[in-house]
Design a protein around this ligand. Structure first.
Ligand SMILES: [Zn+2]
Length: 309
């Protein structure tokens, strides 16, 4: 799987080397402004840490699939609870207890702490104890807008990755490759956000790339099985393998979200899960010379089967 961030070349080299040599640091702090890719990088590292394939994250093994859908039992994410601004000491204590449980299927456990800079001193001190003496093979990934709000004792235990917005040409190239917006639209969105890709995407499309938006719309059609609409949506991705690849990735995420919502209905959840497995097969077929039009036809056929259940 390719590195998911634009620019940040030194971080890219360091992360890829660490992953390839299987020496991901045990505590990583990813800091950067909103939109610089903190969560994207945290997801990439978590997936790599639990991947059971060659060249992690391979993107196709069971560990990677579960990580992509947020269902991996060895990855736990701690963030401020709904409606709250900060992570509480009780949440960190719960995390500490969980750290003593052996991994379920991966070689190690991953604890992601989102908005780590929202922890008060008490919570940070509670975390420090387990950072200093982790009870097993554990990787902690903290994300924060700025490391400044964290105790020096926490920072000194972490490998700090400071993300910066990429140079303008790199950001432009990244968006041109991953979205359908015109060069002019991309340029003006990036200029008004100082090259911040996440913020530019929010301006461009109400928060997503063309592949994301299309995948969400496609997933919404899974239950009704409207084939004509599905074919319309996929048509735009038949011309480029890169775009098709991105569409399949986004569709897996969108499908996983639909499955979560439909768990109350066993038969449709089952059919959706079968469809999800098919998506991985199509994704693999993309790596070969498979004809894109045929591949999308097959996709729409499988999607339409769900509604026949
Ligand atoms: Zn994998």
């Amino acid at each position: 799987m390719s590195f998911p961030l634009a620019g940040n070349e030194r971080i890219k080299a360091a992360v890829l080397a660490a992953v390839a040599e299987d020496r991901i640091p045990h505590a990583i702090l990813i800091e950067g402004d909103k939109g610089t890719g903190r969560h994207t990088l945290a997801r990439f590292l978590s997936e790599a840490a639990v991947c059971g394939g060659e060249n992690p994250p391979c993107g196709v093994c069971r560990g990677c699939h579960l990580a992509q859908t947020g269902a991996h039992p060895d990855i736990s994410v701690t963030a401020p609870e709904d409606g709250k601004k900060s992570i509480t000491v009780a949440q960190i204590r719960a995390l500490r207890n969980e750290a003593y449980i052996k991994p379920h299927m991966a070689r190690r456990r991953v604890f992601v702490i989102d908005k780590a800079d929202s922890m008060n001193e008490q919570a940070q001190n509670a975390l420090l104890k387990v950072l200093e003496e982790p009870p097993g093979d554990i990787i902690f990934i903290l994300t924060a807008e700025s490391a400044a709000a964290l105790l020096d004792t926490i920072i000194s235990r972490c490998t700090v990755l400071s993300l910066v917005p990429p140079e303008m040409p790199e950001a432009e190239k990244y968006l041109k490759n991953s979205s359908d917006y015109t060069d002019g639209q991309i340029k003006s969105a990036l200029e008004s956000t100082g090259g911040n890709i996440g913020a530019a995407l929010e301006i461009l499309g109400g928060g997503g790339t063309a592949a994301q938006t299309a995948a969400k719309r496609f997933a919404e059609l899974l239950i009704s099985g409207d084939e004509a609409q599905m074919l319309k949506i996929t048509a735009q991705f038949e011309k480029s393998r890169v775009l098709a690849d991105e569409f399949f990735k986004e569709l897996k995420l969108a499908t996983a979200a639909v499955i979560k919502k439909r768990l109350h209905s066993a038969s449709s959840a089952k059919a959706l899960a079968r469809f999800y497995d098919r998506l991985s097969e199509y994704e693999n077929a993309l790596q070969t010379n498979a004809n894109l039009s045929l591949l999308f036809c097959a996709l729409v056929c499988s999607a339409a089967e769900i509604s026949h259940n």
